[in-house]
Design a protein around this ligand. Structure first.
Ligand SMILES: [Zn+2]
Length: 424
């Protein structure tokens, strides 16, 4: 299948905008992007895109997708009360059916706000894999692992998920190994996770230093930081995606830098749960890869990556008392290329020949997008989710003119109503 996008503006690597040009897609990859369409390129489908910006799809590097069913269910509690007293008890009553429909609702929300790839952590993971496969979005999924009597069962589930789904859906699904956090694991269970990831060459997806209490408790129990403990048991011998990292010290940063680990910055969730603000300028200056995530909808309360770019930008300026530290090109890179790099997918997250065709078309016609002195600034500080018009993943159209192509949205809402009645 060959597609041609014509007459659009294109956001290229290196902060360049190419206006009034053509982009060809051959199979799941970008064939060319140029002012002229090669004469021998015979497109099966032509997308007329005058007045649209073509850019890489957004990559959400930390979420818990099925938490859509818990949106606005438990707001206004401190982190540990929120997690252990409010969220975990209701999660104990969730099942595969509820997880599947909640995941579909989340994928619909992500596509409608321009996300083409996400890094997830949730149980009943095979139901999430099914939703990902059906909707043709790209995702890294995982079964979160915690210590306790259930450990062997959960660890077996994680192993089964790897065997069954790593590389599935034409390579659009990858699987990571996910020790939930230091405070829900022991050094022994963390070590087992590190070894499992090493055996299969997989990413580790975890939470690190989300709260001051997490750091203080870890220090009291083990005499080291969460990063230090994970380093001691071999976690950082793998590619690590660590959500939050609100409180990393210099030694922690050094471990991140040396191992090539990624900080998945979740500014909305950190603010909303009262956990603070991650000093990402410091991390960026230290050469650490920083990507963006929404976290679950129980602590955000949406999956809109444009909003995360906006907020991350405002926080950078405000916390550092300097508007010059926030470049829109950097924010866009955090939401695209850095997210691909976090997962070790080199040919994703930019508009260039040979790269995977994960592309979104953003309308430049709306009042809040005029004029365009700087398209990148408009994108970070003016764009709305509803401006995302068309979404393509791996060369396949998942949304066209706001119409979802791989999701029966009416059915999802009807099934969600049934699931909500059952759960609450
Ligand atoms: Zn999380």
């Amino acid at each position: 299948m060959k597609r041609l996008i014509r007459n659009a503006s294109y956001l290229l690597a290196g902060n360049q905008v190419l206006e009034n040009a053509f982009l060809g897609i051959d199979g799941d990859r970008i064939a060319f992007v140029s002012r002229e369409c090669p004469e021998d390129f015979r497109a099966d489908d032509v997308i007329e895109a005058k007045g649209y910006l073509v850019m890489p799809g957004l990559i959400n590097t930390h979420t818990h997708l099925p938490m859509t069913i818990l949106r606005s269910y438990a707001d206004g509690y401190p982190f540990h009360t929120w997690l252990f007293d409010k969220i975990m008890p209701i999660e104990d009553r969730m099942d595969g059916d509820i997880t599947y429909w909640s995941a579909l609702l989340g994928i619909a929300e992500m596509i409608k706000s321009g996300t083409t790839d996400f890094v997830d952590m949730y149980f009943f993971s095979e139901q999430i894999a099914k939703a990902v496969e059906e909707t043709k979005i790209r995702a890294q999924i995982t079964r979160p692992i915690t210590a306790g009597d259930h450990f062997n069962r959960v660890f077996d589930e994680a192993k089964r998920l790897i065997a069954q789904y790593h590389g599935a859906s034409s390579g659009k699904i990858t699987v990571s190994v996910s020790p939930h956090a230091v405070y829900t694991n022991t050094p022994q269970t963390l070590e087992k996770c590190a070894r499992l990831a090493r055996e299969h060459g997989l990413c580790i997806h975890t939470h690190i230093s989300e709260t001051k209490k997490e750091n203080a408790d870890c220090m009291a129990q083990y005499g080291t930081t969460p990063t230090g403990l994970m380093q001691d048991v071999g976690i950082f011998e793998n590619r690590v995606i660590a959500a939050h990292c609100v409180y990393l010290n210099e030694a922690d940063m050094d471990i991140f830098k040396r191992s090539g680990a990624t900080v998945a910055h979740n500014p909305t969730s950190n603010l909303k749960l009262g956990n603070g603000v991650a000093p990402i300028l410091k991390y960026q200056k230290a050469g650490i890869n920083v990507s963006l995530g929404t976290d679950g909808t129980a602590s955000n309360n949406n999956l809109n990556m444009l909003e995360e770019m906006h907020l991350a930008g405002l926080l950078l300026c405000g916390i550092n008392e300097d508007p010059a530290v926030c470049q829109s090109a950097d924010l866009i890179q955090m939401a695209t290329k850095n997210g691909a790099k976090a997962q070790g997918i080199e040919d994703l997250g930019c508009i260039a020949p040979g790269c995977l065709a994960d592309i979104i078309l953003v309308s430049l016609k709306e009042p809040h997008m005029y004029p365009q002195h700087n398209i990148q600034n408009n994108l970070c500080f003016s764009a709305q989710a509803a401006d995302v018009d068309t979404v393509i993943v791996g060369g396949e159209v998942l949304m066209e003119h706001r119409e979802l192509k791989t999701i029966d949205y009416e059915k999802v809402i009807a099934e969600m109503d049934r699931c909500i009645a059952r759960l609450f």
